[in-house]
Write a protein that binds this ligand. Structure first.
Ligand code: SF4
Length: 450
């Protein structure tokens, strides 16, 4: 029997890139290729790259170099591939280069350099595809690209204008994921709140029901649908859905108000801000109106021309808004970004110093906010269990971005279990907890692995 062709895979970058990787790996498996866990066991290697900021570009170029050195036959895809000929100039020996979201082009390149096996094993591929995330959570990409033109960002030139997936297709994928054991769906895209704008919010069908391609309708459909097990208590314990537009929510209840409050700002209003990115002033309002949602946002420190007074205004804003999760980049002059032409570029040290100051302030705010959860009983989805304790996340915590909840007496819990825990300790990022007294001592099945 002919040997099964093996492909190695390196996936870098954001969750959007990870979803592209999952699509490619799924297709490779569907066509009968094996995925090799090592360079030397692979017949060729696909590297999915990131090109967002300079450090990410360098990491991607290094990864390509390593794959070339260890294996020699490399296909490059992802955002860095869309940046002119930077990949080919640095690594002329790569077999092929594509941009992001280019499944067909990647597969064409793979077929050219490593013909697919005669007998495809399509039947062996589960309907939810091959996921690169743990079994209990998955990313659900609802659109690609972005209609905004933030001057610091080159994503629209890499990924194009907004292109939303039809809502029926999104819901069918969500359904397959949940049937495959996923308990947490992470709704992602470049501009989640703009979902459906390009489709003119067109109607699609799911389960025979009409649904509009609109973020609010999608959120309602994801929040209200029953898994089909027949139990009336099923929905609250089975799934979480979280969105990059407005943090996490548990279903039910689902806050429609939070959805409408985050829908795209008037495009004209963007013109008043030099970064051309609106909406940020909505956060304090949201935080005040909806005490039980979690808000995450990311900021840039040291944008060209930013004065000390303007930066302090940002710090004041953070003090006022008390956002739960905050990330901060120092301004990075990504080649091709319009903001690089602006006067008043700040020295690296100033940008870094401001980033550090912002993060130190946010640590204090975060510690303050997490302290408010002491003594509360919260629901946690377990990610890992080791050395007599478990680590999970509440509805407020996105994987690999936010803090975690340590469960000190969670020895019996397994990844994918739900647990009710009482918060006993906190720091600036994480919570510590013990199993809720009413549940302690019950059998593990109580926590709902089903
Ligand atoms: S909203 Fe702005 S920062 Fe985000 S992808 Fe679109 S252009 Fe880039």
């Amino acid at each position: 029997m002919a040997a099964v062709p093996k492909v190695g895979f390196v996936s870098l970058g954001c969750p959007k890139a990870l979803v592209d990787s999952e699509g490619i790996v799924t297709r490779l498996r569907a066509e009968g290729y094996a995925i090799s866990p090592s360079y030397d066991g692979a017949d060729l290697v696909v590297v999915n790259t990131c090109g967002f900021i300079e450090s990410a570009m360098q990491e991607s170029l290094d990864a390509i170099g390593e794959a070339l050195e260890e294996n020699g036959r490399v296909i490059v895809t992802g955002c860095l591939g869309a940046k002119g000929d930077v990949v080919r100039r640095t690594h002329p020996k790569v077999l092929a280069v594509t941009g992001p979201h280019a499944l067909e082009q990647v597969m064409t390149a793979v077929h050219e350099h490593l013909p697919k096996p005669h007998e495809p094993f399509a039947d062996l591929v589960p309907p939810q595809g091959i996921k690169l995330t743990p079994r209990h959570y998955a990313y659900l990409k609802i659109s690609e690209g972005c209609n905004h033109r933030c001057t610091f960002c080159i994503i629209p030139s890499l990924r194009g204008d907004l292109a939303s997936r039809p809502i029926g297709e999104v819901m069918r994928e969500a359904e397959n994921l949940v049937k495959g054991g996923v308990k947490e769906l992470l709704v992602i895209s470049q501009d989640t709140s703009a979902y459906g704008v390009d489709l003119k919010y067109g109607t699609g069908f799911w389960g025979g029901r009409p649904l509009k391609a609109r973020m609010g309708d999608l959120a309602t459909a994801l929040g209200n649908w029953a898994c089909g097990c027949g139990s009336t208590t099923c929905i609250p314990i089975r799934r979480w859905t979280r969105s990059s537009a407005y943090g996490g929510w548990e279903n039910p209840p689902l806050h429609r108000r939070s959805v409408s409050a985050c829908e795209p700002a008037d495009p004209e209003a963007d013109e008043t801000s030099c970064e051309r990115r609106g909406q940020s002033r909505a956060h304090p309002r949201l935080a005040q109106n909806l005490s039980d949602i979690t808000i995450r946002s990311t900021f840039i420190a040291g944008f060209p021309g930013e004065t000390e007074d303007e930066f302090r205004e940002l710090l004041d804003f953070l003090e006022e808004a008390e956002l739960d999760r905050v990330g901060c980049f120092s301004y990075s002059p990504v080649p091709g970004a319009k903001a690089n032409e602006f006067p008043g570029a700040l020295p690296d040290e100033v940008r870094e110093e401001r980033r550090g100051r912002l993060m130190r302030l946010q640590e204090k705010i975060s510690a303050r906010r997490l302290k408010r959860r002491l003594g509360k009983t919260i629901k946690v989805l377990v990610d890992e269990s080791k050395a007599g304790r478990a680590v999970g996340r509440s509805a407020a915590d996105a994987p690999e971005i936010d803090g975690v909840v340590h469960i000190e007496d969670g020895a019996k819990l397994k990844p994918g279990d739900w647990a009710q825990v009482k918060v006993t300790r906190s720091d600036a990022h994480d919570l510590w907890s013990e199993l809720d007294v009413q549940q302690r001592g019950r059998q593990r099945s109580t926590y709902g692995t089903a």
